[in-house]
Design a protein around this ligand. Structure first.
Ligand code: ADP
Ligand code: ADP
Length: 231
């Protein structure tokens, strides 16, 4: 049973216009770490929008967890190249944001709120941000902001994590630190990952399966399973 399934999916942003992606079919099983690589403009972000329900396909079908995607999904966590932390909120308050939005965590009970805050503090510890809970985004380095962003994406325990170039703006050293952090998180608490990147080395380091897309129209050129010993 696949967890994410594309059946001959195409998408045009304008009625009858050029296709951003064309005839894309793929199957992702639950717990799999998938990377999608390709040049800028090949439709990687478009695929993310389709999986997360932000865009309907122009043709074909997108299924997540056995159901056709019909709108934004709450089982998805997302992070992007820009950390997009809210500047008026502390690290802890940023990480708790999904808990204020996603139903199971919405509670007016003070004891429940305290429990969720403890969960968020524990999660920040796991991404190496213990001690930075009360800092504001501008007081954090780029790498730390991205740690907080990934922490926020995972705080409501989504079954699917979508990452769009999350390490693209970081220096090479910080990037590799965050690769290791992400791999550790994924190994501790398995969730399905779709990582969009133009860095083939990153894809091969992190993913079980790499899809290579062609530019215009975006099609899948190659699907490769990576079977390397993990350090
Ligand atoms: P990537 O993420 O691989 O850089 P995108 O999915 O952003 O690629 O874009 C794929 C193609 O669709 C590109 O040709 C891009 O210009 C076009 N495109 C993306 N978003 C829109 C949009 N909102 N309206 C029109 N065209 C778009
Ligand atoms: P990336 O390469 O990181 O996907 P882009 O610079 O291609 O980023 O796109 C940034 C945003 O602009 C995306 O939300 C994309 O959907 C939108 N976009 C891209 N191309 C077009 C386009 N031709 N017309 C309208 N919006 C677009």
């Amino acid at each position: 049973m696949s967890f994410v399934r594309f059946e001959q999916v195409s998408l045009s942003y304008t009625e009858g216009g050029a296709r951003a992606i064309e005839d894309v079919s793929l199957d992702i099983r639950e717990g799999e770490f998938v990377a999608v690589v390709g040049p800028s403009g090949c439709g990687k972000s478009t695929m993310m929008k389709l999986v997360s329900g932000l865009k309907p396909p122009s043709a074909g079908y997108v299924y997540v967890n056995g159901r056709e995607v019909g709108g934004p999904l709450s089982i998805v966590g997302m992070a992007f190249q820009a950390a997009n932390l809210l500047p008026w909120r502390t690290t802890l308050q940023n990480v708790m944001l999904p808990m204020e939005i996603v139903e199971p965590y919405r509670s007016t009970l003070r004891s429940k709120r305290m429990e969720y805050e403890e969960m968020a503090r524990a999660a920040l510890k796991r991404v190496g941000l213990a001690g930075f809970e009360d800092k504001f985004p501008w007081e954090l380095s780029g790498g730390m902001q991205q740690r907080a962003s990934i922490c926020r994406a995972l705080i409501h325990k989504p079954r699917l994590l979508m990452l769009d170039e999350p390490f693209g703006a970081l220096d090479a050293f910080t990037r590799e630190e965050l690769w290791c952090m992400l791999r550790d998180l994924w190994q501790q608490q398995p969730f399905t990952v779709v990582l969009v990147t133009h860095d083939l080395r990153e894809a091969v380091f992190l993913a079980d399966t790499v899809y290579v897309m062609s530019k215009r129209p975006g099609r899948i050129l190659v699907r490769r399973e990576i079977d390397l010993p993990r350090p």
